[in-house]
Design a protein around this ligand. Structure first.
Ligand code: CA
Length: 505
């Protein structure tokens, strides 16, 4: 690959803006050009065309599913080593207070992909088992992939889509050039007939619920353990990179139910009990996948100029009711997936970009999955196609050490008629038909002491902020339903409703 040209670097408020346009000229293309010129016996003055090397970074966003807050080496896990995922933190920054916008999968992913609170477009809930007409990110919203594609990026997604089933709402319809993965929120990790030979342990889904694996619009046969298959396809996407920078979104379904892992990963954890062992093996497979991706970037000398973001779509699903089989750990946080306590919405978040971001940072400013889009677009110097105001913030000033101020004054959550809000050290949770709860996260990260009665003025202030935020929101565009044995639609409650979910007042 030969690139002639120059890079234009200019200051923007003393910041990091780099303008790059262009295309590198491949040897193949140059060779073809020379042959054509000679063959035509035309006198050609071979003069390198003046082009400008594209300095924009590649962007890789890795999203784990239901990962426990404590279940990475970088987060202090003592029994699940994750050296490859940890390497992102070592090479860049680890956020200790990163939030997602919902404690369940699909709404959280919709917020990340649009940079806007998903409630602004009625995406409050997961979809049901059927491809409901309304389910998905509406076309009135623009995704991160649509904007990066418009800016000249090659875009790919490998993994669990979960934000639209029907035609018109699928990855190839929403800005992704290439899609490998499945559409709904849950899937088996291995084809059932392959389970025995692969040494699969754990709990496959019931018959008939496995979702097809797609390569773009075609259903393909996938014999490998799904996390391994996603690693393979992510590496393939990187290896096929061309003159353009790329955006690779890698939303794993690991470590979501059903808990299952092949022997090769299970054997790494001989001393763990069964459920924790399977869960650890599933994380270890994700860690291997991240390792393969980082190696692939390194092999192509792309590692320094690639922005890598790792986070989970919600907290670990450990405990009673919702996903009892998941032995995730969210400590020291209280609550779990499906709740507004920190264990449901605070997630590990790691960001590296060795060419720009200093290594080894630990940042405690509250940030959000909403920030992935504006941060990525800022790094890519790309304009967002949406006409709507973003809720996410560009984290580059914070990551580059230019501005240590917390990017968000307030963070909000809504799930149907349940709400939460965080402002400075205060967190208020207002669940329907339940007494309001107020926690001081600085002194009580586990949310064990309800201070609502001790600080009525703070409760009033936060309620007013919540009301103000919620006033403009539409109603949820659909309600998640399932069908009972007699074919009747039934609402699927989340544990956010369960009285036992409540921490001790
Ligand atoms: Ca999830």
């Amino acid at each position: 690959m030969i690139a002639w040209g120059l890079t234009v670097v200019c200051g923007f408020n003393g910041k990091h803006l780099q303008l790059g346009f262009s295309k590198a000229v491949s040897m193949k293309r140059l060779h073809r050009f020379i042959l054509t010129a000679v063959a035509s016996l035309t006198a050609v003055s071979l003069r390198p065309q003046m082009v400008i090397a594209d300095q924009r970074p590649n962007i890789v966003v890795v999203l784990a599913d239901d990962l426990g807050y404590a279940d990475l080496g970088a987060q202090g896990s003592g029994d699940i080593p994750t050296p490859h995922i940890d390497s992102i933190a070592r090479a860049g920054a680890r956020f200790t207070q990163a939030y997602v916008t919902c404690p369940i999968c699909a709404p959280s992913r919709a917020g990340l992909l649009t940079g806007r609170y998903q409630q602004r477009f009625g995406f409050d809930d997961n979809g049901g088992p059927d491809p409901e007409a309304n389910f998905g990110i509406p076309m009135s919203e623009k995704t991160i992939a649509e904007s990066l594609k418009a800016a000249g990026y090659r875009t790919g997604i490998v993994g669990k889509w979960d934000v639209g089933i029907r035609e018109g709402r699928r990855p190839n319809d929403r800005g992704f050039d290439e899609f490998f993965g499945f559409l709904p929120g849950v899937n088996d990790y291995i084809r059932r007939d392959k389970g025995e030979t692969a040494g699969l342990l754990g709990r496959p889904l019931t018959n008939g619920r496995s979702a097809p694996i797609y390569r773009n619009h075609e259903i393909v046969d996938e014999p490998d353990y799904l996390t391994d298959a996603f690693a393979r396809e992510a590496v393939r996407f990187i290896q096929q990179s061309d003159d353009r920078p790329f955006f690779l979104f890698l939303p794993f379904n690991a470590v979501h139910n059903p808990m299952s892992a092949p022997k090769a990963y299970l054997e790494r954890f001989p001393n763990l009990q069964k459920d924790r062992r399977i869960y650890a093996a599933m994380i270890s497979a994700v860690d291997d996948a991240v390792g393969q991706i980082m190696q692939s970037l390194s092999d192509r000398a792309l590692d320094r100029n690639t922005l890598v973001i790792f986070l989970s779509d919600n907290g670990g699903a450990s405990g009673q009711g919702y996903a009892a089989s998941s032995p995730a750990r969210n400590d020291p946080l209280g609550g779990r997936k499906g709740t507004f306590w920190e264990g449901g919405i605070r997630v590990p978040m790691l960001i590296s970009w060795p060419a720009k971001i200093a290594a080894g940072q630990t940042l405690s400013q509250p940030v959000s999955s909403l920030d992935v889009l504006p941060t990525s677009l800022a790094a890519a110097q790309a304009r967002h196609l949406s006409q709507h105001a973003l809720d996410g913030k560009d984290l580059l000033p914070l990551l580059l050490g230019e501005n240590a101020a917390a990017p968000h004054e307030t963070l909000y959550w809504r799930y149907h008629r349940h709400f939460a809000i965080r402002e400075s050290n205060w967190k208020l949770i207002a669940l329907e038909n339940r007494a309001v709860q107020l926690f001081d996260l600085d002194s009580d990260i586990g949310e064990t002491k309800n201070l609502a009665q001790a600080h009525p003025e703070i409760v009033r202030h936060l309620r007013a902020r919540l009301d103000q935020w919620a006033a403009d929101l539409p109603k949820p565009a659909w309600v998640r339903r399932t069908v009972d044995a007699e074919g009747r639609a039934q609402y699927v409650p989340l544990p956010i409703y369960e009285p036992e979910s409540a921490p001790t007042p």
